[in-house]
Design a protein around this ligand. Structure first.
Ligand code: ADP
Ligand code: MG
Length: 161
């Protein structure tokens, strides 16, 4: 299922991230491994901005960039998930680099959330059941944000924020 939004400011993109975060916190059916949210699309498209809103829904106070260290993790207390991982594949050259960072173990745990910037760079690492968020630069302050859900996870949303 595809849900399309247009945002007109960074604040709106954060709000959309928070909306998705609240939806995920309420619990998705049949999670047999980590919840993966792959953030894809244009540089400057709003992936990090969206993530700040997403993290807010999980009551993470401040998200710091993991660009140079590949990932950062945050312990959760606000919902049934235990750990939130913020990955950034931007600087990764090879899938083997991420495997060495314990990717498989993190993915195997249904209590983990893995939010991955540039997830499509190594899409073979991502599970079939995931949420993909695609960002398109439209104008200086305007972004198109496409949320792709597996059919059994589809939210009942209107296209308004
Ligand atoms: P990415 O992580 O995809 O490279 P960032 O979130 O780091 O993108 O950067 C997006 C940039 O675009 C920020 O400087 C932000 O202030 C700006 N911006 C302008 N309009 C929007 C919008 N509607 N949504 C998100 N970011 C926006
Ligand atoms: Mg970014």
């Amino acid at each position: 299922m595809l849900v399309k939004f247009i945002t007109c400011s960074p604040a709106e993109t954060k709000k959309l991230g928070e909306k998705l975060g609240r939806f995920c916190c309420r619990g998705l059916p049949s999670l047999s491994q980590a919840l993966v949210i792959s953030l894809e699309g244009d540089l400057g498209g709003g992936k990090t901005t969206f993530l700040q809103g997403l993290a807010r829904a999980f009551q993470i106070k401040k998200i710091l960039s993991p660009t140079f260290i590949i990932y950062r993790s945050y312990s959760l207390t606000a919902c049934h998930f235990q750990e939130f991982y913020h990955f950034d594949f931007y600087r990764l050259q090879k899938a083997s680099q991420i495997k060495k960072l314990g990717w498989a173990e993190k993915l195997a745990n249904p209590r983990n959330v893995l939010a991955v910037e540039w997830g499509d760079k190594f899409s073979s690492l991502l599970p079939l059941m995931k949420i993909q968020v695609e960002f398109k630069f439209r104008q200086l302050k305007e972004r198109e944000v496409l949320l792709h859900f597996p059919p059994s996870w589809s939210p009942k949303w209107s296209t308004s924020l």
